[in-house]
Each structure stands twice: as structure tokens, then as C-alpha cells.
Ligand binder design. Structure first.
Ligand code: CA
Length: 222
């Protein structure tokens, strides 16, 4: 299983990211300080480090420079509220592989993490998900309905993926919002319903059941 180390001192953000990554089959460790991040990153069990710059006990960038000085090549994505060009450059110069500013969309973070983990196989993930007549290919990002291949937009694909990873489970609008759209999205928005409608139009309405007051569920169509 892919082990992601999350160095983040804001509990709300750390919990949001950890929950999302776990839903995608990864294991997570959250640490609030640069000191603990450094120790964990050197333990040899971490596949990728998500690094906040403003940590409890100091600067994540300084920690990263020290980490790289030991010869550690663990992939690092900086996740921070600082978003000027000079911050980005400084972050990359301190040895980060990528840089994302907050607020961010979970979907984009996940895509960037997957890019840094060499292959889906190395990430301990299957490259296709199957449920009834539906087959989702995580590498080509296409879906098949029986023998028919269907084109999905990036957002539709992420929504389909959220369903396919929890076949038969009832997923609430809030769960789908946070998994597909990110924590900064307005919870009062009807975007989930709109995209469920788009997805039904493409793969067939019979695949997604509405449970009034509860959410949606992927149905196994033989
Ligand atoms: Ca912080």
C-alpha cells in the first residue's frame, strides 16, 4: 500500500486530505511538525511527502533542504497558502517535486500525487475498476459500459471513480463534494446533482440510484 506522509499543522486540512487519500486506497500518517516530518521521511517507509511550509515548529522548506542533504529522494509535493512566484521558486529550489497552493481541489492533488508515484502498480492500486457492466480504466481515464466506450470529462471521470471505488455504498452529496470537488467547495451547491445527471446520461440512468435524503448509490447492472 502506498504510504503518504502529511506534514500539516492545520488539523482540518490534514483530516480532509487523509480521508480522501484513504478513500483511494492509500495509507496516511499526519505529523504537525517539521521535526517529525524529517524523522518519518527518513524512516524509509514513506512513498510521498505532502509538505506544508508553515509548520508548528518551523519552516517546511528548511526541513526539506536538510532532508535532501541526506540524499533522500522521496517525492515531495509542497502544499501551502503561500502562492507568490518567489515562494513557488523557493519551494522547488528547496528540493520539492511539485507545488500546490491552498485552497486546492482534492482531485487535482490526487492527480499530482499519482503522477509522482511511479506507476499505479507501484502505488499498490489496480489500474481498472469493474462493477457489473461498467469498467473504469484509471490509466487511460476511460469508461466502458458493456462493449461500448464512453467519453467522460475530467469531472465526470472523477465522479464515476468515486462511485466505482465504493460499489453498492450510499454516498452522500457531502462525501461526493469533498472527494470530487475539494474542501473549499460550497456545500450548498447543487453541482453533485448536476454531474450525476450528466453521468447518467452517458452511462445509462439505471447505473446510479437516488436515495432520497441520503445520496446516490452505484447499482450493479448485469
Ligand atoms: Ca501551516
Amino acid at each position: 500500500m502506498t504510504q503518504i506522509l502529511i506534514a500539516e499543522d492545520e488539523a482540518r486540512i490534514a483530516a480532509f486530505v487523509a480521508k480522501g487519500l484513504q478513500a483511494h486506497g492509500m495509507t496516511t500518517t499526519v505529523v504537525p511538525s517539521a521535526r517529525e516530518a524529517y524523522d518519518h521521511a527518513l524512516s524509509g517507509t514513506v512513498d510521498l511527502l505532502l509538505l506544508d511550509l508553515g509548520l508548528e515548529d518551523g519552516d517546511g522548506g528548511d526541513m526539506l533542504r536538510n532532508l535532501r542533504a541526506t540524499g533522500s529522494t522521496v517525492p515531495v509535493i509542497i502544499l501551502t497558502a503561500r502562492n507568490s512566484v518567489s515562494d513557488t521558486v523557493a519551494g522547488l529550489e528547496s528540493g520539492a517535486d511539485d507545488y500546490m497552493s491552498k485552497p486546492f481541489r482534492f482531485e487535482e492533488l490526487l492527480a499530482r500525487i499519482r503522477l509522482r508515484l511511479r506507476t499505479p502498480a507501484a502505488a499498490g492500486e489496480q489500474s481498472t475498476l469493474t462493477h457489473g457492466r461498467l469498467t473504469l480504466d484509471l490509466l487511460t481515464r476511460r469508461i466502458r459500459v458493456g462493449p461500448r466506450e464512453v467519453e467522460l470529462s475530467a469531472r465526470e471521470f472523477s465522479l464515476a471513480e468515486a462511485f466505482m471505488r465504493h460499489p453498492g455504498h450510499v454516498l452522500s452529496r457531502e462525501q461526493l463534494l469533498s472527494q470530487v470537488w475539494g474542501y473549499d467547495f460550497d456545500p450548498g451547491s447543487n453541482v453533485v446533482d448536476v454531474y450525476v445527471r450528466y453521468l447518467r446520461r452517458k452511462i445509462g440512468a439505471e447505473h446510479i440510484a437516488t436515495l432520497r435524503g441520503m445520496g446516490y448509490r452505484l447499482v450493479e447492472v448485469p
